[in-house]
Design a binder for this molecule. Structure first.
Ligand SMILES: [Fe+2]
Length: 162
């Protein structure tokens, strides 16, 4: 990782480096997931179309807003966001999203897998940033993880069988 930008923030450099790494991993996955959610919003067809179409619009707007907070937090710590399309494609830890998926519930399953994967890595990030001594980043990630869990629930509720 490139060296950090200077800041008057009193957190030690090693703590800030660790947090920037965690936040950049979270950022690339969030941008990738936001794009997947938008693809589903655009391409889905099938039962519950309008409810899912509108729910996913809310999801991508909220994910986009939180990705901004994640990127700005890592800049505050002296980092540089991994925010370009090229870097996101290279570094995202989520599975590539298929352009061919159309059926509503297939999209819901694909998205639920990815929300669960991101939720898991964000939870790991909460622990590592908290252990390192950056309570503010842990707090930001805690809010994000609660939101990801809620969205996972809203997706999984569509997959309930009788
Ligand atoms: Fe739209």
């Amino acid at each position: 990782m490139a060296s950090l930008h200077r800041t008057r923030n009193d957190l030690g450099e090693n703590i800030r480096k660790a947090s920037v790494n965690v936040l950049n991993g979270t950022l690339t996955d969030m941008i990738d997931l936001t794009n997947a959610v938008r693809m589903a919003h655009w391409t889905m067809k099938g039962p519950n179309f309008i409810g899912l179409h509108e729910m996913l619009e809310q999801f991508y707007n909220e994910l986009f807003a939180t990705a901004d907070e994640v990127a700005e937090r890592l800049v505050q710590l002296g980092g540089t966001p991994d925010g370009t399309s090229q870097i996101v494609a290279e570094k995202s830890r989520l599975a590539p999203y298929s352009q061919q998926t159309t059926y509503t519930l297939d999209h819901v399953k694909e998205l639920a897998d990815r929300f669960a994967n991101l939720g898991k890595s964000v939870r790991e990030g909460i622990d590592s940033t908290d252990d390192a001594g950056d309570a503010d980043t842990a707090d930001l990630l805690t809010g994000l993880s609660r939101d990801l869990d809620k969205k996972l629930w809203m997706l999984e509720a569509h997959l309930q069988e009788k």
